[in-house]
Design a protein around this ligand. Structure first.
Ligand code: C2E
Ligand code: CA
Ligand code: CA
Length: 504
């Protein structure tokens, strides 16, 4: 101040002063040097103003800019600052820093069913519990450095940053603790609700050196946690990342394949063990990639499900079915032949499905020439809804079968309620015949169980004579497997059917 007054003749700035009552307050001081004729400073003139109210509003602004209005937690901006700082400190001290990224499971449901006010209340309480949990974590460590901080990024997303991490176990413990604070219900005016978090975790420096990348990767890990059934935490790892980027590549390629009509159907005949004749076929999708190689549906169906591409993909399947059905009729010389299409779990929950089959029927395809296959896992996801959907299909005249049977957890009571034509025993059980006695017992029981309920049994994946003989002996109804036929491209499939009709 003195330097500036002598050199420039004035000074302005904030100072602290004390009121008569002893209270310290900020004031704004503007001082000017007053000179005489000889240009020598004789005295100073100053103007003071009390700026405590300005200071207060500044603090409020700071609060608004850095803290979340609803919960009072640090917001995205402050989180970012702190996280960056945590990374810098970790780097200096040669330790790790961890980011735990938590998203509430099905928070939208609370908002939608109880209203936004209830949603807000819930977020406030979640924030309180997280803050309490984190401050415990802080007290535990007797460190000069702040060791943990919680923020709300927005919506139902919260983060916890752990500083000065020397072992990963501490991070896992912190994650466990966060999961555990959701164990008791949240008491809202509207009643008690339970909610759980899915948490994705990244570590500096393992999973990235920059905050942006660490945040992005934590987000990926969080989605993985959701996939694994919510209410859990997942560490992001290189492996996880590799999978994520592979999925992304598949998604892009699949979009192109759809646009360029690079998707085909193969048809695998099913053989009736009573007559020895072809009784139907399953349509299996094939994707011809840019190197003219077929990509396995096991690779891209899950991605198509996740991204919603399954819907346009299925439209393509139905279009193929529409085109091949008259050709099948011509090749066989009869009308009674069913082609089965696979429905993934997401499609099965889609109400438009019925409409799509309706359109197909309006296009001249008889309902009795189509069949649907849906996996046991998918029907059991929401058994009541599944019963409705299967009934809706049945009302249209479309039969359904349960695919990959034996791998899910059907209860007998549901099986009775499902209006289905057939069960397809999963390939993994057929594989064990004739060595694995457990598999043989399971196959035998499924056949007996199905027959007791008037359900036909199809065995999938029979490759050897022993397997076929065993199945024949057990009164299995149909076989779909390499022993008889592999999935065939359209032309080959049609010529197989022609040969059959000639042989008849
Ligand atoms: P899935 O429905 O269980 O289909 C049977 C799979 O077993 C087919 O594999 C078929 O080629 C294979 N298979 C049949 N017989 C044998 C055998 O004797 N030995 C062996 N080792 N394998 C046999 P694919 O074609 O690779 O299909 C895999 C899965 O992809 C299907 O399993 C199905 O879940 C799904 N998928 C295929 N096409 C579609 C589709 O159009 N839509 C949907 N949503 N899923 C599809
Ligand atoms: Ca199938
Ligand atoms: Ca199957």
């Amino acid at each position: 101040m003195w330097h500036s007054l002598f050199a420039e003749g004035q000074w302005r700035g904030e100072i602290w002063d004390r009121r008569k009552n002893g209270e310290v307050y900020p004031k704004w001081l503007s001082v000017a040097a007053v000179r005489n004729r000889e240009n020598i400073i004789t005295h100073f003139a100053g103007v003071f103003s009390d700026i405590s109210s300005v200071k207060q509003s500044e603090a409020r602004l700071e609060q608004l800019a850095h803290y979340d209005f609803l919960t009072g937690l640090p917001n995205r901006i402050l989180f970012y600052e702190r996280f960056t700082q945590a990374i810098r400190q970790a780097e200096q001290r040669n330790v790790m820093a961890a980011l735990l990224f938590a998203d509430l499971d099905q928070f939208k449901l609370v908002n939608d069913s109880l209203g936004h006010r209830a949603g807000d209340q819930l977020l406030i309480q979640v924030a309180e519990r997280l803050a309490a949990c984190v401050s415990e974590e802080e007290n535990r460590k007797n460190d000069t450095m702040k060791t943990a901080s919680v923020s709300r990024l927005g919506g139902d997303e919260f983060t916890v940053v752990l500083n000065n991490v020397s072992d990963v176990a501490r991070v896992a413990r912190a994650a466990e603790k966060i999961v555990s604070v959701f164990e008791s219900p949240f008491v809202l005016e509207e009643g008690e609700v339970f909610i759980s978090p899915s948490i994705g975790i990244t570590l500096f420096p393992e999973d990235g050196r920059e905050p942006e990348l660490l945040i992005k990767n934590a987000d990926t890990a969080m989605y993985h946690a959701k996939e694994l059934g919510r209410n859990n935490y997942q560490f992001f790892s290189q492996k996880l990342y590799a999978r994520a980027s592979e999925r992304l590549t598949i998604e892009t390629k699949l979009r192109n394949a759809l646009a360029e009509n690079k998707l085909f159907l193969y048809y695998q005949p099913k053989v009736n063990l009573g007559t020895g004749k072809i009784s139907g076929a399953e349509a299996l999708i094939r994707w011809l990639d840019e190197d003219s190689r077929f990509v396995s549906p096991d690779k891209f169906i899950p991605v198509a499900e996740e991204t919603g591409l399954i819907f346009p993909l299925f439209d393509g399947v139905l279009e193929h079915i529409r085109q091949i059905t008259p050709k099948v009729r011509k090749a066989l010389g009869r009308n009674t032949f069913r082609i089965a299409v696979n429905l993934s779990s997401r499609q099965f929950q889609d109400r438009n499905l019925i409409q799509k089959f309706g359109d197909l029927i309006l296009n001249g395809i008889h309902a009795s020439s189509i069949e649907t296959e849906i996996t046991e896992g998918a029907v059991m996801r929401d058994p009541d809804e599944s019963v409705n959907m299967l009934n809706a299909l049945k009302d249209m005249g479309i039969c359904s079968s349960i695919d990959d049977f034996g791998t899910g957890y059907s209860s007998l009571s549901y099986l009775k309620r499902f209006p289905i034509e057939s069960l397809k025993i999963d390939r993994s059980f057929i594989k064990g015949i004739p060595v694995d006695t457990d598999d043989m017992i399971i196959v035998r029981s499924i056949i007996a169980l199905g027959h007791s309920m008037d359900i036909r049994i199809v065995a999938e994946g029979a490759e050897t004579k022993e397997q076929v003989d065993f199945l024949l002996n057990e009164n299995c109804d149909e076989i779909q497997g390499y022993y008889f036929y592999r999935p065939l491209p359209e032309a080959e499939f049609l010529s197989v059917l022609e040969n059959e009709s000639e042989g008849a």
